[in-house]
Design a protein around this ligand. Structure first.
Ligand SMILES: [Mn+2]
Length: 479
């Protein structure tokens, strides 16, 4: 269906194309549209024109350039956009809907901050500001991204004519490092806009390795960071536009980034995100997770699988986007196939792992298991990744051997350790690890938390560090 509308407005952004005829302009006036143009326009132009709309495509016609918009006129147009999405009212609705959740108190403390950040984000979306969204490459990271994708799709549908682009990037690793910043600046070079570009991160970034890039961002673009990893005093959050962390609001890591980003998304649009919240809690081993929720378990396994294989050699998924995940969820047959493959692979490998792990008796009255991850038969796809596999295997071993169970998995230059909450305090894993890193020349670094941590070792001398660790855990000989 083709139709023609009239619009008077300001060109607030342009997504540049090698062929200028394919540039996409964002025009903000009594309507908001993203359209190609038969004339090359400049950001800040005030125009009156027609717009031909066909399906999701739009093109500006019969353009009259009325002059350059003043700073005041631009400000006025942007202020109007900010009034279109009432994130505070949406947040009130969210709080009501979440009133039985165990994390309600933390949510209430963050509500104002989330609503403000969501308002700035939706305004940026409507104004055509260049946007990059980076999500951590696990079930928790991608679930938040899917919720945000749903919120933007709804915003687009109700307020915007012609689609605008958002760049979605799956982040390997926990740092917003200089490589990420460089890629974002490169992406922003494809745009001109009256306002600053924006980067949103979810489920990573609170780390010393992010500091340089975050401080550097201040001169060029804005950042919104959503995280649930423990913050520390010298973290340069004042360089971001919004830094929202559950730990700073009476919560901890059990309040997942997937839940946080879903709440953020719901304060932009009235959408359903319950499935994503539940999957994120399960996938991140949150104490708030309902592990009897079969649908949530299935989704968590598939999200974990997709984020494990995407972008790897021989992978069928080159670049994982929330649009892809959403379409997979909607396609029952394809979802079932992905679930079957990932579930069967995982169960087989857990079975083998549980059988081949060596069991040690410890003087600390616990069962200690050691597994060489590289002994497992594994697919080229790289699924499952060793860290997440270790968490799953620990769960399985706890079921069979009780809560006083500890698991060590080693592969290449890493030794990773998992243990139950029941014995984490008395074990003091982080203290043991820092002692080892100090005393052994083969242990390079270590960290994590008291239920899950790892040591980076010299690959050729991993055995020596492993033996040191076993001795610290009170294991002398294996039974
Ligand atoms: Mn997480």
């Amino acid at each position: 269906m083709e139709k023609m509308i009239r619009i008077d407005g300001i060109v607030t952004a342009v997504m540049l194309s090698p062929d200028a005829r394919n540039n996409v302009y964002t025009v903000v006036g009594d309507k908001i549209l993203n359209a190609k143009s038969e004339l090359t326009l400049d950001v800040g132009d005030r125009i009156a024109c027609g717009c031909r709309i066909e399906d999701s495509r739009a093109e500006l016609k019969e353009i009259e350039v009325l002059g350059e918009a003043t700073g005041k006129e631009i400000e006025g147009a942007i202020a109007k956009l900010a009034g279109l999405v009432d994130t505070r009212a949406n947040m009130d609705r969210v709080i009501e809907a979440e009133k039985d959740k165990p994390y309600l108190a933390t949510l209430k403390r963050m509500a104002g901050q989330i609503a403000k950040a969501a308002s700035d984000f939706s305004t940026a979306y409507l104004a055509g500001d260049p946007i990059v969204v980076r999500f951590h490459n696990d079930g928790d990271g991608v679930s938040g991204a899917v919720s945000l994708y749903r919120a933007l799709a709804k915003l687009q549908q109700s307020l915007v004519i012609g689609e605008r682009g958002v760049s979605w990037v799956m982040q390997r690793g926990i740092e917003y490092d200089s490589e990420s910043a460089y890629a974002d600046i490169f992406e922003f070079n494809h745009y001109n806009s009256v306002r600053r570009p924006l980067v949103l991160t979810t489920d990573f970034g609170t780390a010393p390795g992010s500091e340089g890039a975050i401080i550097g961002s201040k001169a060029k673009y804005d950042m919104i960071m959503l995280d649930h990893h423990p913050p520390y005093d010298s973290f340069p959050k004042s360089y971001t536009m919004h830094y929202i962390n559950t730990w700073e609001n009476g919560g901890d890591s059990n309040f997942t980034a997937g839940v946080l980003c879903s709440l953020f998304a719901e304060s932009i649009s009235d959408i359903h995100t319950e499935d994503m919240k539940r999957a994120s809690l399960i996938s991140d081993y949150s104490a708030f997770a309902d592990r009897t929720d079969a649908e949530g378990q299935r989704l968590a396994i598939v999200l974990d699988y997709l984020t494990s294989i995407a972008g790897r050699r021989d992978s069928t998924i080159d670049k994982l986007t929330p649009a892809y995940v959403q379409s997979l969820i909607m396609d029952k047959k394809k979802f079932e196939a992905a679930f079957r493959y990932s579930y069967d692979t995982l169960m087989d490998l857990l079975e083998i792992g549980a059988k081949s792990a060596k069991r040690y008796q410890s003087s600390r009255n616990m069962a200690v298991f050691v597994l060489d991850f590289e002994q497992l038969p594994r697919a080229e796809s790289g699924y499952p990744l060793p860290g997440r596999y270790s968490s799953r295997l620990q769960e399985k071993l706890e079921v069979a051997n009780g809560e006083r169970t500890l698991l060590i998995v080693h592969y290449g230059s890493y030794i990773t350790i998992r243990l139950s909450r029941a014995i984490s305090k008395e074990t003091g894993l982080l203290k043991i690890i820092s002692g080892i890193v100090e005393s052994s020349e083969y242990a390079e670094s270590g960290g994590g938390h008291n239920e899950a941590a790892s040591i980076k070792v010299d690959k050729d001398n991993a055995k020596s560090v492993l033996n040191l660790l076993l001795r610290e855990l009170g294991c002398l000989s294996h039974s």
